[in-house]
Design a protein around this ligand. Structure first.
Ligand code: CA
Length: 222
């Protein structure tokens, strides 16, 4: 299932896109303000972001820069009425993967979304087989971990947590984000399961690999 975050404040356009995507088997979520778009995109729950540049709260280009600045790699397609070439250039320079101008045909939007998703999943399965940080190698095929010369066994949940950190080096991950991504269910906000598992990883992979960022969460040393 592909999850698309639609950041769009114009109800008519948003519902047109949502209906179309749902009828093609996508799961969608709508953000109508810049703040919501940022929060949801950084939550890491989506395979692609459709971004209107004129959202209340903040300019779309700033949203893009903030997402990319925080290491968020979700594919982003800009969908905007700004159709001049310098707008497009600015969009790509801020980290967009594609740019579509309104008015648009749904078929073309769908084709572009599919092309982006193909690229990003293709990249994951064919190119990125190993993730590296601080002398630790995660082999995504065999799901084995090497620490220097040693091979370390990680139970499934610990491996997924490690992979989540390794896919976002240098980026602060909140406990909530980690719970969402690794455990993926509603949790007791008072739960310390993330802290416990980070402790396991530190013990097995090296005590200084994952830093605590006070009041915010954890970060893999870039
Ligand atoms: Ca708008």
């Amino acid at each position: 299932m592909n999850r698309i975050l639609i950041a769009e404040d114009e109800p008519r356009i948003a519902s047109f896109i949502e209906k179309g995507l749902k009828s093609h088997g996508f799961t969608t979520m709508l953000a109508t303000t810049a703040q919501d778009a940022l929060r949801l995109a950084l939550g890491g729950e989506f395979d692609l972001l459709l971004l209107d540049l004129g959202l209340p709260g903040k300019d779309g280009l700033e949203i893009l820069e903030e997402l990319r600045g925080q290491g968020e790699q979700v594919p982003i397609i800009i969908l905007t009425a700004r159709d001049e070439i310098h707008h497009k250039v600015a969009g790509f320079e801020s980290g967009a993967d594609d740019y579509m101008t309104k008015p648009f045909r749904f078929e073309e939007l769908l084709a572009r979304i599919r092309a982006r998703l193909r690229q990003s999943t293709g990249g994951r399965s064919q190119d990125v087989l190993e993730l590296l940080a601080g002398g630790v190698v995660l082999d995504l095929r065999s799901r084995k971990v090497r620490v220097g010369e040693r091979e370390v066994e990680l139970p499934a949940r610990e491996f997924v947590l490690a992979e989540t950190f390794f896919r976002h080096p240098g980026q602060v991950m909140s406990r909530e984000q980690l719970l969402d991504r690794v455990w993926g269910y509603d949790y007791d906000p008072g739960s310390n399961i993330v802290d416990v598992y980070v402790g396991y990883l530190r013990k097995k992979l090296g005590s200084d690999l994952i830093e605590t960022v006070r009041g915010m969460g954890y970060r893999l040393k870039a």
